[in-house]
Design a protein around this ligand. Structure first.
Ligand code: MSK
Length: 620
C-alpha cells in the first residue's frame, strides 16, 4: 500500500480517517503554511529584538542590514546559535532532572526509586574521582549526583566526560578553545551572545555553538544517559513490538510520550498495581496496555521491553485510533495540537511537567517524592475513562512488527566478548566497511520515515553497520530493520558478522539523549586503534530532522569529528560565509563538516565516498 505522506502502512488508514472526519494533522497544517517564508528559510529574517523584525534582501538589493546594522552573516549565525542553544538546553535540563531524582533517591526522599545498576554507579563514580572505599551505595550516589550537578555551573572549567574523548580530539578542542566550561554556562552565554550588540562575528558565534554543542553531547546528554542507566538499568537486549497496532482493542491503552524516563518508569509499575488492575476489570477491560511514543517510548522500550506505538508523526494518529484512554506527556516534541484532536475522541491528555503545560490538558504535577502516587492517579484516570471509548469508532491497524532493541554500549561490548576489537577487526578486514549513526526526527517536509528507512537500507546493503536513536530508530523498527532477519538486506560481509552474533544490521541505541552512547562507542573504537574519531570510516545523518535538539546533536557529532549529512536544509543559505564555514571550512579545524542532501539515496552515496576515503587514509 503506497501513500504520498508516509511509508508507515499502519499510519495510512488513520491519515485517511483524519481526512474523512475533517481532523487536521501536521501534514495539513504544513500544507497550509506553504509557501513558507523565503526569508525565514534562508535564515535572513531577524526577530531577536524589537528594532525588527528585519530582513535582508537575498538578491543583494536593499536592505542588506537590519536596523541595528547586523548583516546577513551575523543574522544567520545568531539565529542558528539560538536554535542550537534551545536544543542543548532541552537535553541538558532533562539530564539535570534525572540527577535531581537520583539525588532525592540517595537521600531516601524518593522511596519508589532505587539504584538498578550498581556496577555502573561504581564505574562512573570512579571516573569522577570519587573514592569507593566501603561506602554505602546511597552515599556513593549522593556524591556522584553532587559532582554531576556541579557540571552544570562548574568552576573546574572542564567537564568530566570530556576525558572519554580520544586524546587527539581533546587537543583539537583545546587548540580551537571550544572546551565547555560548564553546561549551563555555555547555554547562557549563547543566549547572551545572540542579544543585540554582543557577538556580531559569524565565526565567533558559530564557534561558541560548537562549544555549546559539546557541552550537550559530552555533558548534559551524557549525564542524562549515564544517570538513567544507574537508576533504571543499563539497557540489554529486549524483544518487543512496534507500531500503532500495539494498541489493544480490549485493554485500557495508555500512551507515554515525551522524553524523560523518571515518570514513565513509575507509570509502568503503577499499571501492574493489583487494585488498579481490579478496577480495570470492573470497567470491562482485560488489562492495562502501556505503550511508548517518541523518546520516552524509547527509554522504556530499551530498559523494559515496553512496545512502542510510533514516532513523532504518529502521535496525532494514535489518538485518531479512538482507542487511547490517556496520552501522558512530559516534554519535548509533543504537538500542541494533541488536546484539540483529543476533543474529537474520549482521550485524556495528561501533562506532568511544571515546565510543559498544554491548553485543554489535565495536569498532574510530578515530583520524585510523590511519583508513584501521581503515576497511580494517572493510570486510574485512564482506567476510569475506558467505558467512554466508543467501540464503533475504534480503528487499530493490524500486523505489529517485531523488533530487537537494547543496544547500549555495554550490551554491544558484551555481545562482542568484552571489547571493541571484533568491530575493529571486521572493519579492518572489510567485512564491515564502516558505521553510520542515523538519528533525529520526522518532518512533514519529507515523506514520513522515508529518509530514515531508505538511508538505512542503502547503507546496510553496502556493508555498513547502522546504529539508530530517537525517531529514526522507531522508523527503522516499523520497517523490520531491527530484527536479525533483516540480515537478508545486508551485504555479504555485514551479514556474516551479524548472523554470527544473531543481531540486526540496524542497532537501536536509545533515545535522543542516548546519541551520547554513539560518542562513547566511537571514542572506544578510536582509542582501540589509536586514532581520532575523525579518522574512522564513520558518519552521522539526520534525514528527517526538525528539532532544535537535532541542531545540537548534529553539531556535537561534527565537533566530535563525525561527517554529518542533514536531510532537511538548515536555515543558513542566506549567508554564503556561514554555509561555507559549516560545509567546508570546519573540516580544516574540526576534521569534519556538514553536508545537506534531501535524497537519502544520494546521501548514502555521499556517505560511502566519505567512508571509502577514510578507509584509504587508514590503509585498509
Ligand atoms: S523524539 S527530537 S522528534 S528524534 Fe526524541 Fe523524535 Fe526528534 Fe523528538
Amino acid at each position: 500500500m503506497k501513500h504520498e505522506k508516509t511509508l508507515d502502512t499502519q499510519a495510512i488508514p488513520l491519515i485517511k480517517r483524519a481526512q474523512e472526519q475533517g481532523i487536521t494533522t501536521a501534514w495539513e497544517r504544513y500544507e497550509k503554511q506553504l509557501p513558507q517564508c523565503g526569508y525565514g528559510q534562508l535564515g535572513i529574517c531577524c526577530t531577536l529584538c524589537a528594532l525588527g523584525p528585519c530582513r535582508i534582501d537575498p538578491f543583494g538589493e536593499s536592505p542588506q542590514r537590519g536596523v541595528c546594522g547586523a548583516d546577513r552573516d551575523t543574522i544567520v549565525a545568531r539565529n542558528l546559535l539560538q536554535m542550537l542553544a534551545a536544543g542543548a538546553a532541552a537535553h541538558s535540563d532533562h539530564g539535570r532532572e534525572v540527577v535531581e531524582v537520583a539525588f532525592k533517591t540517595a537521600q531516601g526522599k524518593a522511596e519508589k526509586y532505587k539504584i538498578t545498576d550498581s556496577e555502573k554507579l561504581k564505574r562512573v563514580a570512579k571516573e569522577y574521582g570519587i573514592k569507593l572505599e566501603d561506602k554505602k551505595e546511597a552515599d556513593l550516589l549522593k556524591e556522584l549526583c553532587i559532582s554531576m550537578m556541579e557540571e552544570f555551573g562548574t568552576i573546574k572549567e572542564e567537564l568530566q566526560f570530556l576525558k572519554r574523548a580520544p586524546k587527539k580530539r581533546l587537543e583539537i578542542w583545546q587548540n580551537l578553545d571550544v572546551i565547555p566550561r560548564g553546561i549551563d554556562r555555555e547555554i547562557v552565554e549563547a543566549m547572551h551572545r545572540v542579544h543585540m550588540g554582543v557577538d556580531n562575528h559569524y565565526t565567533s558565534i558559530l564557534l561558541h555553538g560548537i562549544r555549546t554543542a559539546i557541552a550537550d553531547g559530552w555533558g548534559g546528554s551524557m549525564i542524562a544517559t549515564e544517570m538513567s542507566d544507574i537508576l533504571f538499568g543499563t539497557p540489554s537486549i529486549k524483544e518487543t513490538e512496534v507500531g500503532l497496532s500495539t494498541l489493544k482493542e480490549d485493554e485500557v491503552n495508555i500512551v507515554l510520550h515525551g522524553h524523560n524516563p523518571v515518570l514513565s518508569e513509575q507509570i509502568v509499575m503503577a499499571a501492574e498495581d493489583k487494585e488498579i488492575l481490579e478496577l480495570a476489570k470492573q470497567k470491562g477491560a482485560n488489562g492495562i496496555n502501556i505503550v511508548g511514543m517518541c523518546c520516552t517510548g524509547n527509554e522504556i522500550l530499551m530498559r523494559q521491553g515496553i512496545p512502542i506505538a510510533g514516532n513523532m508523526l504518529n502521535q496525532e494518529l494514535a489518538i485518531i485510533t479512538g482507542a487511547v484512554e490517556a496520552m501522558v506527556v512530559d516534554y519535548q516534541c509533543i504537538f500542541p495540537s494533541l488536546s484539540e484532536i483529543a476533543k474529537c475522541f474520549h482521550t485524556k491528555i495528561i501533562t506532568t511537567s511544571e515546565k510543559a503545560k498544554f491548553n485543554g490538558a489535565i495536569h498532574y504535577q510530578f515530583h520524585p517524592e510523590n511519583a508513584y502516587e501521581v503515576a497511580k492517579q494517572i493510570v486510574k484516570v485512564a482506567v476510569e475513562n475506558f467505558p467512554n471509548r466508543k467501540k464503533d469508532r475504534v480503528l487499530i491497524p493490524d500486523r505489529p512488527q517485531r523488533l530487537m532493541a537494547g543496544f547500549s554500549v555495554e550490551t554491544i561490548l558484551s555481545a562482542l566478548g568484552g571489547s571493541v576489537k571484533p568491530i575493529v577487526e571486521a572493519i579492518t578486514s572489510g567485512k564491515i566497511k564502516g558505521a553510520v549513526g542515523i538519528v533525529g526526527c520526522n518532518n512533514p517536509k519529507i515523506k514520513h520515515d522515508y529518509g530514515h528507512i531508505t538511508l538505512a537500507k542503502e547503507l546496510i546493503k553496502r556493508d555498513v553497520l547502522v546504529v539508530v536513536t530517537g525517531c529514526s530508530a522507531i522508523a527503522c523498527a516499523k520497517e523490520g530493520l531491527l530484527t536479525p532477519e533483516a540480515a537478508s538486506l545486508a551485504g555479504d560481509g555485514l551479514r556474516s558478522v551479524i548472523e554470527a552474533l544473531k543481531i540486526p544490521p540496524v542497532l537501536h541505541m536509545g533515545s535522543c539523549v542516548d546519541c551520547s552512547r554513539i560518542l562513547v562507542l566511537l571514542a572506544a573504537i578510536a582509542n582501540e586503534i589509536g586514532v581520532d574519531i575523525s579518522d574512522l570510516p564513520v558518519a552521522g545523518a539526520a534525514p528527517e530532522w526538525y528539532s532544535q535538539k537535532a541542531v545540537s546533536i548534529g553539531s556535537y557529532f561534527v565537533a566530535s569529528g563525525v561527517f554529518t549529512v542533514l536531510g532537511v536544509a538548515p536555515r543558513i543559505f542566506g549567508s554564503k560565509k556561514v554555509t561555507e564555514l559549516l560545509a567546508e571550512k570546519l573540516e580544516e579545524v574540526l576534521k569534519a563538516k556538514f553536508a545537506v542532501e534531501p535524497d537519502p539515496v544520494k546521501a548514502a552515496a555521499l556517505i560511502m565516498d566519505h567512508i571509502n576515503s577514510k578507509r584509504k587514509s587508514l590503509g585498509i
